[in-house]
Design a protein around this ligand. Sequence first.
Ligand SMILES: Nc1nc2c(c(=O)[nH]1)N[C@H]1C(S)=C(S)[C@@H](COP(=O)(O)OP(=O)(O)OC[C@H]3O[C@@H](n4cnc5c(=O)[nH]c(N)nc54)[C@H](O)[C@@H]3O)O[C@H]1N2
Ligand SMILES: Nc1nc2c(c(=O)[nH]1)N[C@H]1C(S)=C(S)[C@@H](COP(=O)(O)OP(=O)(O)OC[C@H]3O[C@@H](n4cnc5c(=O)[nH]c(N)nc54)[C@H](O)[C@@H]3O)O[C@H]1N2
Ligand code: SF4
Ligand SMILES: [Mo]
Length: 742
Amino acid sequence: MNEDRKAGGGRMIRGLLRQRHGARTRELIRQPGGFGLGQVPTRLAPDATTSMICGYCSTGCSLDVHLRDGQAVNITPTTEYPVNLGMACPKGWEALTPLGAPDRATTPLLRDEKGRLQPVDWAQATNVFAERFKAIQAAYGPESVAFLSTGQIVTEEMMLLGALTKFGMGLVHGDGNTRQCMATSAVSYKQSFGFDAPPYTYADFELSDVIILIGSNLCIAHPILWERICRNQNSPEIIVVDPRTTETAVGATQHYALDPKSDLVLLYGIANRLIAHGWIDEPFIAAHTNSFPDFAAHVAPYSPEIVSRRTGLTEEQIERFAATIHGGRRVSFWWTMGVNQSHEGVRSAQAIINLALMTGNIGRPGTGANSIAGQCNAMGSRLFSNTTNLLGGGDFTKAEDRAHVARTLHIDPGLIPARPSLAYDQIIDGVMEGSIKGLWIVATNTAHSWIHQSNLRDAFERLEFLVVQDLYPTTDTARLADLMLPAAGWGEKEGTFINSERRIGVIKQVSRAPGQALSDFAIFKLLAHAWGCADLFASWREPADVFEFMKQLSKGQPCDFSGVDGYEMIDAAGGIQWPYPEGVRDEFEPAERRLFEDGQFFHTDGRARFVFDTPRPVRETTSSRYPLTLLTGRGSSSQWHTLTRTGKSAMLRSLAPERPYVEINPVDALARDISSEDTVSVVSVRGSMTAAAFVTATVAPGQVFVPMHYVGTNQLTSPSFDPHSRQPSYKHCAVEVTRLGE
Ligand SMILES: Nc1nc2c(c(=O)[nH]1)N[C@H]1C(S)=C(S)[C@@H](COP(=O)(O)OP(=O)(O)OC[C@H]3O[C@@H](n4cnc5c(=O)[nH]c(N)nc54)[C@H](O)[C@@H]3O)O[C@H]1N2
Ligand SMILES: Nc1nc2c(c(=O)[nH]1)N[C@H]1C(S)=C(S)[C@@H](COP(=O)(O)OP(=O)(O)OC[C@H]3O[C@@H](n4cnc5c(=O)[nH]c(N)nc54)[C@H](O)[C@@H]3O)O[C@H]1N2
Ligand code: SF4
Ligand SMILES: [Mo]
């Protein structure tokens, strides 16, 4: 029945296309998988209820989707899922609404001679894609075309995109929005543990007696994880380290409002106190780490007096922080963008890891040095996007890793580049300098979210061909496209996501994409045909085939999940955390698992490393002209990034201010004669935005905060990057705020 429905839908589309297009399209649509998910009705029974993972944040809640007549009509949170235990945030409840938005892209759009985007059919769109990018490669070399992708499509699609571009189209450079977000965590873990491996399970939120949140506004950005903390029965100490008095800080038992970007100094200062008081786990350090003596020598100068001067915290606060760690039996350290988006994010994240290692707070329930991810599939992109890492967490520069991928995918190893990609900022620089002339952007809104927008817009003007693949032709990036490809969204296709605690979960098709929009998977397949490299992907018929390749690629890696049979098994288990290797199921059975319980890390000697460095100055300090420090981040739990999806829901819109706003301290407001609701201009040396003033003591004097959800925000931000992860430092630049006329 379900198969019949699928075939019936497929027939209809095929009929439609046959009438419209010529021999080339007929040839394309005869290929298996050419047109697939996205256009066909769901495989589910017409009135089914099914569960699937939410398509917004990395928490990875499970949602029950209720169908009527084969179409999803409503959502309730899944009660039996180990992640969300029956809870969901407003975005999850409203997840279907953006799919029905009136501005969904329903056909490919091509810019005509007059500069207008005009509807074209898929045959024309895919041919133009191949012709234009091939012509650019012929003129400027294969590396003159690059792609930018995402942590918001299913892993199977990321893997197909990474393989198509690099093994089929001869591209070397492609990065993703995960660079803006998780690059720092990935590099930190690799250097400290030997693999990009967040060690925790969410139950640790409930098992800790001291929970330390650094640069994380969990209440807003991961509300269900905050709910997990609220369920903790140990009356935990909750420490929040954030320059702002966030919603999370208000809910904490201790708030350390340090000066922006002084985390590294503070964390070294805490290590200094722990060592001075003898509050360290010497047996753990001796058995499972190396380089501790060097680290101890490094932090020796970070006395409370010096740290107090450089962080703005008092010596008593620094002592109390250290004593709280010592007083806990199960101490967990958690961090997000306040740490990662920094000019010294990697060393700051590692300073957190060092505190966990030196106190033996890792590998036990309720402990860990735990990076919380951002997007629903950031963890999938870290392993399978084929950008920084070779598919499956390998290394492009290692011949044996390339051979493993070539063997698994049955391709010639010579097709695999022996270098990783340039990072996002280097790709933009390449566009600016003219070495990159063609760019393909998939599921990210670069023209809003990238740092230092005026530079980005200049760079984009130099592109010869820009392709944007999105749900909406109305995004700031899609408006700049020469070719816009209409994609199916979450709920209109299938595959898997990996959440923050390494749990693989399944996404299903519960709704039909509008018009001619296709799943990203189907679009990539069509483009492979148009490019002439479809043979490479002949056995990649649908996402489930790619999942099999993913399993094989993971084999022997710390993320090995070769023991997972397939989507049905994941569903039945309530998600499965990696590792889950073949043949050893019993010991991998518990629903909640953490890493390093045996004290063995992933470096060849089995030991974790203490990595540290001298703190560096910020790129841009305040001045008399720009006397305020701008912080940016998430504004509310109902707003998602650039608002392309959440902005479509009247309910979600009603939960947050629609007008851009800037939070400013009463002292600074008074000095500028600014009251709440006044229209003000926020100006940096690079650009300006207009906003409503929100006078509030939640930001300290000398600091202001603007949410990232408004397109003006990144007109202000300064192009500063961590040298190891190349992650942008979105949360620090110098601005002035002035009142505009009445
Ligand atoms: N509602 C909602 N939820 C989301 C998202 C969303 O857009 N909307 N996005 C998702 C994604 S992709 C991500 S990456 C996560 C981000 O989740 P979070 O990282 O928790 O969110 P942010 O607001 O970006 O930043 C967290 C905090 O860092 C603080 N901060 C700024 N500078 C510093 C500093 O120098 N030191 C310290 N210690 N803190 C500092 C800010 O004041 C802010 O409160 O959220 C995810 N969840
Ligand atoms: N100033 C400042 N800037 C920031 C940050 C900050 O804290 N401050 N945070 C940074 C961080 S952590 C992140 S993660 C980035 C996020 O930045 P973006 O990735 O640019 O933000 P989104 O709005 O999530 O953009 C995703 C796009 O993909 C589209 N889309 C959704 N689903 C699909 C799909 O299935 N297929 C296709 N083809 N398209 C789809 C959406 O419509 C949307 O246009 O922003 C970064 N920018
Ligand atoms: S917390 Fe995250 S995963 Fe859960 S419902 Fe909200 S957006 Fe979705
Ligand atoms: Mo993110």
